[in-house]
Ligand binder design. Structure first.
Ligand SMILES: C[S@@+](CC[C@H](N)C(=O)[O-])C[C@H]1O[C@@H](n2cnc3c(N)ncnc32)[C@H](O)[C@@H]1O
Length: 448
């Protein structure tokens, strides 16, 4: 194999040459990146720096030595970080969850603090090792905690899963590789489901899943969620053009970038699908238009775009006692009306000023049923602390709905947007999965 020279730039602004002949290649072939080997390699190269000052910060402690950066600042998963979670998992809890909420990932709530600690560590390392890492207002560590909470209850993930399945079913590719972009992995729940569904639908094809997020906090949270499930990942920090990223079929590839900027950089006719669960919803109408126009220009004929979002005209303020009652007796919820409404609010959304916002206080649908059944299982196992965390997590989810809905550009407005002349290659698709009232989805196929 030909030797390549890579330059790593550190926070201190110095650059050093590291010889990566087999550092990265080994891991690409699925072998473990041995911390000690990498440290030795780095030490060796430190002695060959021909005039470059020795770098003090990056790759000096054990954890960061497992991450290897190249000149475009790529971070690779380490097997050690993934194995960290192995003995912490509770297989009986996971199998019970898989029966109640099939295809939805579970992270044990008892690991919440550990998970957040690991995220903080990854973030610190990224900040130290890569240039220009800065927190993004709103999508910061506080948000990671809230996004982590979302994964603790299956309700909102079920909607994302339905939309993911719809996307995957509608992808048709004659190539040996299926290529999909996810916009806004958040803390990685949708990424995990998307990755699993793609592998399930296309067992004999190579899969390239590229998840793009501008928030380093979200990227490290997704790294961590992938670690938890022992899924190899690589993170591209600088150059979001996928042509420059190697071995995308070996890893889930995370790209730190803005959605529109990422879309503009991509090669022609490359991706088969685009997915976003509550990600592109935070673009303004103008930005959304730019995104769809960009994909229209370089996108592949027949490519599918599926997204979901909150509906700014609904909010959810659930009655806790009722939640507890349905958790004790899940079957009673089956005979109850789907939605009960509280006192409406007035919208401050720039898209719907002054319009009525309906408040839901009780919800009985396929999504809430999962929550009730899961709580019921936890009750039967006397996991009371766990249930309290679940109730807290559903409260966080409903708080987020209330806080965010005003900013959201809902999926049904995207249906109007694509009617514009400039976007008219996007054809609206039919038979989308039904969402709960407070969520809305959209799907389009690119006709060229
Ligand atoms: C609510 S979270 C997504 C949650 C995740 N998809 C899930 O279903 O759990 C939205 C994510 O989109 C990212 N995001 C929002 N606007 C963005 C933009 N213009 N470019 C890149 N990332 C963006 C945020 O950083 C955040 O991580």
């Amino acid at each position: 194999m030909e030797k390549e020279n890579f330059f790593e730039e550190g926070g201190s602004g110095v650059a050093k040459r590291i010889d990566r002949e087999d550092l990265v290649v080994k891991s690409i072939q699925g072998e473990e990146l041995e911390a000690s080997n990498i440290e030795n390699k780095l030490d060796e190269n430190d002695n060959n720096l021909n005039g470059f000052p020795k770098k003090e910060t990056a790759n000096t402690n054990v954890e960061s030595s497992q991450m290897v950066m190249d000149k475009t600042q790529r971070v690779l998963y380490s097997k050690k970080n993934q194995e960290y979670w192995t003995d912490k998992k509770d297989s009986s809890l996971e199998s019970a969850y898989a029966m109640i909420a099939p295809d939805i990932p579970l992270v044990n709530v008892e690991h919440k603090e550990l998970f957040l600690e690991k995220c903080a560590k990854y973030y610190k390392e990224m900040e130290q090792d890569a240039l220009g890492i800065k927190k993004i207002d709103r999508w910061d560590e506080y948000e990671i905690e809230r996004m982590f909470g979302k994964g603790l209850n299956p309700t909102s993930l079920k909607t994302a899963l339905n939309n993911i399945k719809y996307l995957v079913e509608n992808i048709s590719s004659d190539n040996d590789t299926v290529r999909v972009v996810e916009f806004g992995p958040g803390s990685g729940w949708s990424t995990l489901m998307l990755r699993n569904q793609l592998h399930k639908k296309f067992p004999n094809k190579k899969i390239e899943l590229i998840s793009v997020d501008k928030s380093p906090h979200s990227v490290v949270a997704t790294q961590n969620s992938l670690d938890y499930y022992e899924i190899p990942w690589q993170t591209e920090i600088r150059d979001g053009n996928v042509e420059t990223i190697p071995d995308k079929d070996k890893y889930v590839t995370l790209v730190l970038d803005d959605f529109v900027e990422f879309a503009n950089k991509q090669p022609n006719n490359y991706f088969d699908g685009y997915f976003s669960s509550h990600g592109t919803a935070y673009l303004s109408e103008q930005e959304y238009e730019k995104l769809l126009a960009s994909i229209k220009t370089n996108g592949k004929p027949g490519a599918v775009f599926v997204a979901d979002s909150l509906d700014p005209l609904y909010t959810v303020k659930l009655d806790t006692l009722h939640l507890v009652l349905c958790s004790i007796f899940p079957s009673i919820s089956k005979n109850m009306q789907e939605y009960t409404y509280g006192k409406s609010l007035l919208s401050n959304s720039k898209y719907f000023p002054g319009q009525e916002v309906k408040k839901l206080t009780r919800v009985h649908n396929a999504e809430s049923e999962l929550f009730y059944n899961w709580n019921n299982y936890l009750l039967s196992k006397l996991k009371l602390k766990y249930i309290l965390q679940m109730l807290k997590s559903i409260r966080i989810t409903t708080d987020v709905i209330e806080e965010y809905r005003e900013d959201v550009y809902p999926s049904y407005l995207v249906n109007n947007l694509v009617k514009k002349e400039a976007l008219n290659n996007w054809e609206e698709m039919k038979n989308l999965p039904e969402c709960p009232l407070y969520i809305t989805n959209c799907a389009f196929r690119l006709k060229k």
